[in-house]
Each structure stands twice: as structure tokens, then as C-alpha cells.
Write a protein that binds this ligand. Sequence first.
Ligand SMILES: [Zn+2]
Length: 386
Amino acid sequence: MDILIVWLIITPLFFAFGWLAGRIDMKSLMKQAKQVPERIFDGVDALVDNKTGLARDELQQIVSREPQLIDLQFSLGRLYRKKGENDLAIKLHTQLLASQFVINTETKEKIKLELAKDFQKAGLIDRAETTLLQLLNSELYSHQALKLLLLIYQQDKNWNEAIATARKLASSDVAYHTEVAEFNCELAQEAIIKSDFVLAKEFINKALQTNRQCVRANILLGELYFIQEQYEAAIEAWQLIEKQNYQYIPFIINKMHDAYNKLDKQKEFITLLMGYTKLYPQINLYEIVVTILTTNNEQEEAVNYLRTSMLTNKKSAKIAALLIEARLEELSTEAGKKDAERVKNVLLSYNEQYALYSCGCCNFKSKTFFWQCPACYEWESISPNT
Ligand SMILES: [Zn+2]
């Protein structure tokens, strides 16, 4: 009887506890749901629709009402930067750094990193550098800070600091050999402009010690010797480029021609040039080959060379234009010559428009060759072939 009474009391209590537990969970869920501001979904929708202006306005209103939402402020800061509103991003991150809601060191460091990105984007390089240098001992953000510093030093053409920073960043995964060699080439180029040839040679040697495949170092080495009238040495430096990367031969072929001319060794140059055309029919040596063969009254040789080149480079408007030019005098009527001239000019303008250097990383295109892509800042990512 006693046991029955006990059970009669306990059973409703179990139900009561269960109901209470359910109520508590529901309350907790409701509370969490209320923590997500309603307008955030309008902001997300605007972002999905690529309406960044509207998304920015929505996020602005939320963070002004609820400044404790730190992550949302980071998103708003990134959105400002994306839209080029760097002054607003700087203001937001500066205020956030002083906010009463930011107390832990990691969040403060993250804000500083974002602030440095704002300064960098706004072109305030000194302020970006100062902010990043404060993060070098950060456990979480020192690597990102160094990477941004490396970018800043390149923007600022501070090649010595860029070399030091790349060395700090270098690891077994990313050695930065290409970059460090290129930074030394930049320093060598500056020294050549100042006619400090001893210093230029030192930087070129450093570039080659860092990266034996650095084509630019051998281009500069040849130029350095050429300026000092050491033509044999210049030719020797330029000839090494064939083994490094033959695709860069068109970059130095005219310079080599000048050096051979200085030595009065035109025949040797023609042998070298024709050797290149046989080994590498796909590279652009067309103009210099045609000029030299035509100058030596080897018109038929020039035409045969262009015909063969057309088989290898079927889409080259330049070769087609050169072939028309080479056969122009053989046309019997003036009207025919004029028509051929017109077709040639169309092909040349087509070539001018579409023969562009292209970055393998970001697809940036340009009529000018750059060792560093101006769009994605990668080194040697632009193909030497148009
Ligand atoms: Zn690029």
C-alpha cells in the first residue's frame, strides 16, 4: 500500500520534470533565435543578389544597434574594402579596436590585421607596415602579417626588406626562391641605372645563387657586359637562357644581334639564329629572321621559312602578314599590290589587338610584358609568348 502511494506521488513528478525540461529547451532555443537580428537575412539576400550597396546599408544598421556583434563588424569591414570604401573600413576597425566589447588579445590582433589590410588598400603603406609589425609575435596572425608585409614591401619597391621578409616566410612548402631572385634582379636593375656595375653584378650573382633558372638574371648579366663593351661575355650570358627557358629567346635575340655586329660576326649570328628556328619553331623570331635573310638577298629562303612557320603556328596573323609582305613585289598589277597591302594591314592590326601577354594565374592580359603580374602580384606568371 505504501509503495503504491509512493508511485502515485513520483509518477506525476516525472511528467512535471519532463515538461519543465522541455520548456527550458524551448526557451533557450527561442532566446538563441532572437539573437540573430532579423535584418541580417535582408543583408544576406542582398549579398546573394550581388547588391553590395544594399547589403552594406543593412549590415550598417544592425551593427549600429548591436555593437556587440563583432564577427558581423568584420564582415562589414571586408564589404567596405571590397567596395573600395577604405576610409569607412579604417573608421570601423579603429572604433572596434577601442570598443568595450573587444577584450581578448586574439580579437584585438585580428582587428589590427584587418586594419592593416585597410591601410594597404588605401595606399597608406607606412601605417599598414607599422600595424603589421605589431603582429609579428602573434601566435595566430604573424604568418598572415608577414605575407601582407611582403606584398607591401614589393608595392613600395623596398626590395631589401622584401628579401628579408621572404626569408622569414620561407618553409619547406614554399621556398620563395623565384621571388627572392626577382627582388635581387630589381636591385641589380636599379644599380645598372645608377651605373654601379660592381653592385649590379653582386645582385645578379645572388639572384642566380637563389634560383639558377632565373632567366631575368642572365638577361641583366648580358646587358651589364654589353654596357661595358664586353660583347663576348654578353653573348655567353644570353646563350645560357636557352637552357633555362628557351621561350625567352625572343627577348634577347635583337640584343644578341647587336653584340655579334659589334664583334663583326654576322655569319655566326645567322647560324645561331637559324639553329634556334629549327629547334624551337614555335617561338617568335619571325621578324628578325625575315629581316636578316632579306638583307642578305635570300628572299626565297625568307619565304620558305615563313611558309614552314605557318605550318607550326597556324593562327599567327603576324606570319601571314610577313608572308604577304615578302611576296608583294612579285604581284604583277598595282591594284593587286594595293589589295595585298590592305589584307596585310588588316592582319597586322588583328595581331596588334590580340597578340597579348597573359598571366597564367589570373588571366590578366597586356600588350606589355611584366615580370610581376600587376593584377595578382605573382612573379613570372606571365608567359613570354603572346
Ligand atoms: Zn596575374
